[in-house]
Design a protein around this ligand. Structure first.
Ligand SMILES: Nc1ncnc2c1ncn2[C@@H]1O[C@H](COP(=O)(O)OP(=O)(O)OP(=O)(O)O)[C@@H](O)[C@H]1O
Ligand SMILES: [Mg+2]
Length: 374
């Protein structure tokens, strides 16, 4: 059996990644030029994949690149643990790194051990001492030490809006002051999916990161490139799909890269070789995905308040001017203040999102589920 050429769920690389050349160049040029950058886009648009692509190119240019995801961070201790590990992955000599670590981070001990497959692993031991701002501050200085005059370090902070979880130790302010005053050989890319939170961080005069980075966003993948990607990959199994079918797939998945690949993978799996794709085949695959996700969707809908439910159902038909009197009346929505709370709640949970001034349901399959309900 031929392996499924479509992949979704994790960041994609190599042949599975298409387009975004200009976006990638902009990231590479900005960071290589010694500036910081903030990148935001809705969920599942391909931010992490794009950044991995940029990292490949920047490493080839000789930069030390460290990727760090804030999502799993839940406390200052966990930040230290994960951050130290991320830095260590870029070291060829862990003994040497442990020495540098000890000389800079005072209250935390490095621990070297061996993983199951025998590879050396770097960890930390807090030895009973409480973690405070000083320890975090010292740790944040490590990349500056790892960098050398001719080899700058670049830090890639994914889901950066989650630094919110470290507000008790004033992480945002601390990092900003490092960037402004102390770090000469390190640049940062901050990226994440909670666009409104990220934008507030970088555009609000009262926030630490105000004006701290050049900003960019990524949009949809161009239709003609999706066309080529789908047609070429399906042809590996002799499956043909014409332009109208590609457009049908794009429409069903709201053109979100993750869901294009998810639906394509499903169609690939359930279609015999040498078939012409029809609407019925696509519909069948959509139904298959919806059936598998039914309990999840049901539970997701069930747990929402009444005003959130009404808003979700309204968004199935469109999300422009949702605070207008006409929209609210047509959809039986509550007053503007209650609606605003529903919008904020659903946005923070990642259930809905906004592009330009239009709101939409993030997961197109959840939208199809909701359409069936209404
Ligand atoms: N340039 C691309 N070419 C092809 N597929 C892509 C591309 N970018 C993203 N995808 C698809 O979207 C999926 C999600 O990509 P990725 O994890 O990079 O997105 P993300 O924006 O970081 O998502 P999240 O919001 O969950 O962090 C990938 O697994 C892949 O299926
Ligand atoms: Mg991501």
């Amino acid at each position: 059996m031929k392996t499924n050429p479509f992949s979704y769920g994790a960041a994609v690389k190599g042949e599975n990644f298409y387009d975004r050349k200009k976006d990638c160049k902009r990231i590479v040029d900005t960071l290589a030029g010694g500036n910081n950058m903030a990148l935001y886009a809705p969920r599942r648009f391909g931010k992490t994949s794009l950044v991995f692509k940029a990292i490949e190119q920047l490493e080839r240019q000789g930069f030390i690149c460290v990727y760090f995801d804030f999502m799993p961070v839940f406390s200052p201790e966990s930040f230290i643990r994960f951050y130290a590990k991320s830095l260590a992955t870029k070291q060829s000599n862990l003994q040497k790194f442990a020495k540098t670590f000890v000389s800079i981070v005072k209250n935390v001990r490095p621990v070297l051990s061996f993983g199951k497959d025998g590879t050396p692993e770097f960890g930390v031991d807090f030895a009973g001492t409480a973690v405070d701002e000083t320890t975090i501050s010292q740790l944040l200085d490590l990349p500056e030490q790892m960098a050398k005059n001719d080899k700058r370090a670049l830090m890639f902070f994914d889901e950066f809006q989650d630094v919110e979880k470290l507000k008790d130790i004033h992480f945002e302010e601390l990092l900003r002051s490092k960037i402004q005053q102390q770090h000469q050989r390190v640049n940062y890319l901050f990226f994440g999916s909670k666009t409104h939170i990220m934008q507030a961080m970088f555009n609000d005069k009262k926030r630490a990161f105000y004006n701290a980075a050049s900003q960019m966003t990524i949009g949809y993948l161009p239709e003609k490139d999706t066309m080529t990607f789908l047609q070429q990959n399906f042809s590996k199994k002799g499956i043909r799909l014409d332009e109208s079918m590609v457009r049908y797939i794009i429409a069903a998945t709201a053109n979100v890269p993750h869901y294009i690949q998810l639906l394509a993978a499903e169609i690939w799996q359930s279609t015999e070789s040498n078939t012409d794709i029809t609407r019925e085949i696509v519909d069948e695959s959509i139904l298959q995905v919806l059936t598998l996700k039914n309990d999840y969707h049901m539970e997701m809908f069930d747990r929402q308040s009444k005003s959130k439910k009404l808003l979700l159902l309204a968004l199935c038909a469109g999300g422009k001017n949702i605070f207008s009197e006409a929209y609210r009346r047509a959809n039986n929505l509550p007053n503007a203040a209650t609606l605003q709370r529903a919008v904020s709640g659903l946005t923070n949970d990642g259930v809905i999102d906004r592009m330009d001034s239009e709101y939409f349901i993030s997961d197109p399959f959840f939208k199809l589920f909701l359409k069936d309900l209404s």
